[in-house]
Write a protein that binds this ligand. Structure first.
Ligand SMILES: [Zn+2]
Length: 188
């Protein structure tokens, strides 16, 4: 007999192996937590602040200005106008995309694990599997009380097996709450 999911040889009678069963139970637990919104200790939202977003594209502003001024210098007014128009559209699209993504991204601390969610994409880490939680804050994020928080797993890289939530608001206050939960849950 082989496991129907991973193909591992089964020692006992059945359809799936222990490992896959444990994963199945966990996935169901996560789904039910999300659905019922139960056992929520803390929920982090990714904040969208237009003024902060505007600080992020320095290189592109320079590039846009170079394009516009070089067209102007050649007296290509129609192209200058078109270039400005295009740049505005691109810029607006980037901001709209970021806003949409920010509003829909959350990180929720449940009883057993923390779950990152963006639309139907879900990543989770059991507290017992968290190696470390770190935050990053650039100059402007500091001004806006924002920070990126990374959840790093004991096994694997944080990009593949962990996750990050960007621009968590009211950061100083929130960071204390995050630490309290992680510390108390890891001790259990
Ligand atoms: Zn299996």
């Amino acid at each position: 007999m082989k496991c129907e999911i991973c193909g591992a040889e089964l020692k006992k009678e059945g359809n799936i192996c222990k490992k896959c069963y444990a994963q199945y139970v966990k996935d169901e637990e996560i789904k039910s937590d999300i659905k019922n919104n139960k056992n929520v200790l803390l929920r982090l939202h990714r904040k969208y602040i237009p003024f902060y977003q505007l600080t992020r594209y320095g290189d592109y502003y320079v590039l846009a200005l170079i394009i516009v001024f070089s067209l102007l210098a050649q007296k290509l007014y129609l192209y200058t106008f078109l270039a400005i128009f295009l740049i505005m559209i691109i810029f607006y699209s980037v901001l709209a995309y970021n806003k949409n993504k920010a509003i829909k991204t959350t990180c929720t601390f449940y009883d057993k694990r923390v779950v990152w969610k963006y639309k139907d994409n879900i990543k989770s880490l059991d507290y017992s599997n968290i190696d470390d939680v770190k935050y990053y804050q650039n100059f402007f994020q500091k001004k806006f009380h924002l920070a990126d928080v990374q959840f790093r797993p004991k096994k694997g890289s944080y990009i593949m097996n962990g996750f990050e939530i960007k621009n968590v608001p009211n950061f100083n206050e929130t960071w204390d709450k995050i630490c309290d939960i992680i510390i108390s849950k890891r001790e259990n």
